[in-house]
Design a binder for this molecule. Structure first.
Ligand SMILES: [Fe+2]
Ligand SMILES: [Fe+2]
Length: 142
């Protein structure tokens, strides 16, 4: 694994208050997902097989899918105008995360996929979940 790539894996993405969406369940899930992905990336930087073990034991693709399902339930309840587009973005990340549980990929493909999933999830949070926050605040009359 190239040194710069290993360095990216080993550098965690910090949680920022600016990522807050609802000061409740969604934030707890976002924090936990970023923490889990940081942990898996760090382990992978040291030893890819340990990273694979973390992904499998925490079931990171399953955690991501469960979080998206919770968000999508809220979209339906709140009549969110960008429901369909946001769901498509979830599907994109789900497809990125699913192969992480496959044992058939070599270590560098696994490591690259893991890094992409972490970056993709944080980008999603910034680009899409934060725009949902405006809708949430409006719905709650804030
Ligand atoms: Fe989210
Ligand atoms: Fe989302």
């Amino acid at each position: 694994m190239a040194a710069t790539f290993r360095d990216s894996l080993a550098r965690p993405i910090p949680w920022l208050d600016a990522f807050d969406i609802d000061s409740d369940v969604l934030d707890v899930e976002h924090k936990w997902l970023i923490e889990a992905l940081n942990h898996a990336c760090l382990e992978t930087a040291h030893c890819p097989s340990r990273g694979r073990k973390v992904v499998a034991e925490l079931d990171i693709p399953g955690l991501i899918a469960a979080h998206f399902a919770n968000e999508e339930r809220l979209f339906d309840q709140l009549d969110y105008a960008y429901n369909a587009q946001h769901r498509q973005e979830h599907e994109h990340i789900r497809r990125m995360a699913a192969p992480l549980l496959s044992s058939g990929t070599d270590d560098s493909v696994f490591a690259q996929g893991l890094l992409q999933a972490r970056t993709g999830l944080v980008e999603h949070l910034i680009r899409h979940d934060l725009s949902f926050k405006s809708h949430l605040l409006y719905q709650y009359g804030k």
